[in-house]
Design a protein around this ligand. Structure first.
Ligand code: SAM
Ligand code: SF4
Length: 333
């Protein structure tokens, strides 16, 4: 069986699966407050169709699946998909990225269906600021979700924190402290310009070198750490003696693409070889034909570019290609 190796020698073993573009929040870095037009339900892949795509991917060496969205927990019956993925031969890891609002009720059944772990997005520990960033929802519910995930044994728990200049950069210290107090992995993520206007991004983009500067200013001692399983492109650290760890994911300010091992499947059935660029491959015509599905994944390897060009965009340099028009919620992060 062929493997998923692209033109730059990168072997692919990870597929991020988006199950919906809908969401119960409107995070300011992800989608506009009003006016989002969502995919019609009939355009979404069904769970059996997603499992069919995943089966072809698993045969080609994909070992790890992450379910994402939009908010994946707003799509009913997600356990069915988790169980379908867990039954595929060769699958080693199934995880979920969620905003946590609906996790308290679903953590236990998802774990039973075969989910291994969760990443919960948490950009602030301040309830008022939460409403400003997410524009709706309750911070308290997110914490209930995190506690339920811990109780259900969905470990290790990772918290995704997108740092925004002038919005939550003053909470870096609080998040570092949290990573020392609890066996949690805090992932600081740079704000990426995916599918939206440059101006807002430039105003709030913050390079993650700020995290290490802030740790030094606070007098925290750090040591390099082994990230928990599935840390991907993260640079990992620990506050000396801390119970947990933290990671820096800096797609804009540091080289990020060299070891890229991931593909993405959108909720409306498109393989995206790269998060940033416009190229996509529609899986729908290949449904029902394992050979056609295999050819599609191999084609994704041929068209996958070497790099995104977010740093060039920040510097105002011309881009070599056309960026995606999809929002992050329409891709899955
Ligand atoms: N709704 C779920 C959640 O928020 O965790 C899953 C989907 S969300 C698109 C996946 C991840 O992408 C989240 O951790 C979110 O913070 C991150 N994200 C969204 N827009 C982003 C952006 N412009 N730059 C960096 N990360 C972003
Ligand atoms: Fe929804 Fe996640 Fe996007 Fe926030 S980041 S609007 S929770 S999809």
């Amino acid at each position: 069986m062929p493997e998923l190796i692209d033109r730059f020698g990168r072997k692919h073993s990870y597929l991020r699966i988006s199950v919906t573009d809908r969401c119960n929040l409107r995070c300011l870095y992800c989608m506009p407050e009003e006016g989002m037009v969502f995919m019609e339900q009939e355009r979404l892949l069904t769970y059996p169709q997603i499992v069919e795509v995943a089966e072809a991917a698993a045969k080609l060496g994909i070992r790890k699946f992450r379910i994402t969205g939009g908010e994946p927990l707003v799509r009913p019956g997600l356990e069915e998909l988790v169980a379908g993925l867990a039954a595929l031969p060769g699958v080693e890891d199934i995880s979920l990225t969620t905003n946590g609002l609906l996790l308290a009720k679903q953590a236990e059944p998802l774990k039973r269906a075969g989910l291994k772990r969760v990443n919960v997005s948490l950009d602030t520990m301040d309830a008022v600021r939460f409403k400003f960033i997410a524009r709706r929802g309750e911070l308290e519910k997110v914490w209930e979700g995190i506690e339920a995930a811990a109780e259900a044994g969905l470990a290790p728990i990772k918290l995704n924190c997108v740092l925004l200049k002038g919005v939550n950069e003053d909470e870096i210290g609080r998040f570092l402290k949290l990573s020392a107090e609890r066996p949690i992995h805090v992932r600081f993520i740079e704000y990426m310009p995916i599918g939206h206007d440059d101006a807002g991004w430039r105003d709030h983009y913050l390079p993650l070198s700020r995290v290490l500067e802030e740790a030094a200013r606070l007098g925290y001692e750090l040591e390099r750490a082994q990230g928990p399983k599935g840390s991907g492109p993260s640079e990992n650290w620990r506050l000396t003696g801390g119970a947990g760890t933290f990671g820096l994911i800096h797609p804009v300010s540091e080289h990020f693409c060299t070891n890229c091992n991931r593909l993405r499947l959108t909720a409306d059935g498109h393989i995206k070889p790269c998060l940033y660029w416009i190229d996509e491959l529609n899986v729908k015509p290949a449904l029902g034909s394992p050979e056609a599905m295999e050819r599609l994944f191999l084609r994704a390897m041929d068209v996958k570019p070497e790099n995104h060009e977010m740093a060039a965009l920040l510097a105002g340099d011309p881009l070599s290609h056309v960026p995606t028009e999809r929002r992050m919620s329409q891709i899955g992060g």
